[in-house]
Design a protein around this ligand. Structure first.
Ligand SMILES: C[S@@+](CC[C@H](N)C(=O)[O-])C[C@H]1O[C@@H](n2cnc3c(N)ncnc32)[C@H](O)[C@@H]1O
Ligand SMILES: [Zn+2]
Length: 432
């Protein structure tokens, strides 16, 4: 059986977090063929897509490195832990949650790992040591791991709000080349409405910008970049995912050893309220901030956000690896195909998300996006269909893609005045 470390053993100290209110009150749930009890734990069915992504990259990592030891420090009911165990076939999973009423539930859910063991032909001692449960403070768990030099392949920190206390310790407890999965649910910070919070939690000063939800991802990655740099390490996103419920900002980061912070991808975003143009700015260019538009300079018309991550949101090769695996597992079969537990809707959503992530990884795309209706409003044109507009931008030699964050927007390095020009030339109707 798995290693169950419960209350009262050794130096174990349990935090007593109150039982959270579950927004979805259902006792038994199922995700991609894995069933689990939810009990009084916080659980959102809508987050299953983010769990699919985590499981897929965990399995890709196992294929690439031959090892998958997972530490899930804010487990809730343990849905991720059990999916890492059964679907990504993790060698070992440690599920921790400080809430003292979830321990039995976690044990019940993780004990499904036994059935997997029983199916193996030769069951060795190590097969029975595949999971562990604790109810400690996540921060303490992570710091203890680093002190013991016990490093993990994947560390999952599914926290609430703008709690970034565990970001640095998670980076400190992951293997070189390993993965850290981070969450933020602070939409107000991303929207520039809680500036002091954003500054203290993410180290970024956030001004309101029309692509706030992309800022939410970039400030979370930026926070990890800083934390990694203090440890002579670097992080790069494998994928980043915004979900409207919550809202929730998630990023899966690859952690590597490197002596110096390369600041090409860590800088500032400048936005001109007059013409709608945004630009990425390096630290070195902070003194030269200006918009190239013809409007006369007006106090407050150009705003700056940062420092934060201004590099790519995803790693194209890794996302393609995840797509291949998802196809192999039948998670993104053609819409309409149905296997025992994969609903066609879930398949379609995952397939489209992975496709847009690949699209968004193309080189040359800057931070931010432009909503089609904004182009129309600024140019007084009725803009063409987004797909036609993207084709047009690409024909003109610009990088252009959809955005997984905003379905009505395009990501492009084409300046706003050129976007408007192209809008005019695309069989669009002039709005009087
Ligand atoms: C968003 S929920 C986790 C949901 C779960 N990962 C899932 O995918 O369904 C956050 C969990 O973190 C736990 N938690 C909050 N603060 C914690 C801390 N400092 N240490 C450990 N667990 C904590 C809460 O009890 C809660 O169950
Ligand atoms: Zn301007």
């Amino acid at each position: 059986m798995g290693y169950l470390q419960m209350g009262g053993i050794g130096t174990f100290s349990a935090m007593a977090l109150p039982v959270p209110l579950a927004p979805v009150k259902m006792l038994i749930q199922e995700e991609r063929g894995v069933s689990f009890q939810v009990g009084p734990a916080f659980y959102r069915r809508q987050s299953s897509l983010a769990r699919d992504l985590g499981i897929l990259i965990a399995a890709v990592h196992r294929q690439q490195t031959g090892s998958l030891r997972v530490l899930d420090v804010m487990s809730g009911c343990g849905v991720r832990a059990v999916r890492y165990l059964l679907q990504a076939r993790a060698d070992f999973v440690w599920a921790n949650d400080a809430c003292n009423q979830l321990t039995d539930l976690l044990a019940q859910n993780l004990s499904q790992g036994h059935s997997l063991d029983e199916k193996s032909e030769a069951v060795g001692e190590e097969d029975f040591e595949r999971w562990r449960i604790t109810r400690e403070d996540a921060h303490k768990v992570l710091l203890d791991c680093a002190l013991r030099k016990e490093y993990y392949d994947l560390i999952d920190v599914d926290s609430f709000g703008s709690d970034t206390l565990c970001v640095g310790p998670a980076i400190g407890a992951v293997k070189y080349g390993g993965l850290v999965y981070l969450t933020s649910t602070d939409g107000l910070c991303a929207g520039g409405r809680r500036r002091h919070n954003a500054l203290s939690s993410y180290g970024a000063f956030v001004n309101p910008m029309p692509f706030a939800n992309e800022i939410g991802l970039r400030m979370l990655i930026g926070c990890a970049v800083r934390e990694a740099a203090t440890r002579n390490m670097t992080v790069t996103p494998i994928f980043s995912n915004y979900a409207y419920h919550g809202p929730v900002f998630r990023t899966m980061l690859r952690v590597e050893s490197r002596k110096r912070l390369v600041n090409k991808d860590y800088g500032f975003i400048v936005y001109c309220k007059r013409c709608g143009q945004s630009q990425d700015i390096q630290f070195e260019d902070l003194g030269d901030i200006a918009c190239c538009c013809a409007y006369p300079k007006e106090k407050g018309s150009v705003v700056v956000t940062g420092p934060l991550w201004i590099g790519p949101l995803h790693d194209r090769n890794q996302v393609e690896g995840m797509t291949e695996l998802a196809r192999e597992w039948g998670w993104i079969n053609s819409v309409g195909a149905r296997s025992i537990s994969n609903s066609p809707v879930d398949m379609h959503i995952l397939k489209e998300l992975l496709e847009v992530m690949v699209d968004e990884s193309q080189p040359g795309l800057p931070s931010g996006y432009v909503r089609m209706d904004q182009i129309g409003k600024r140019g007084k044109v009725r803009v063409p269909r987004r797909k036609d507009f993207i084709d047009r931008l690409q024909q003109e030699g610009y990088a252009a893609s959809r955005s997984h964050i905003e379905p009505r927007a395009v990501k492009t390095n084409c300046p706003m005045d050129q976007c408007i020009e192209l809008g005019y030339g695309s069989r669009s109707i002039v709005i009087q």
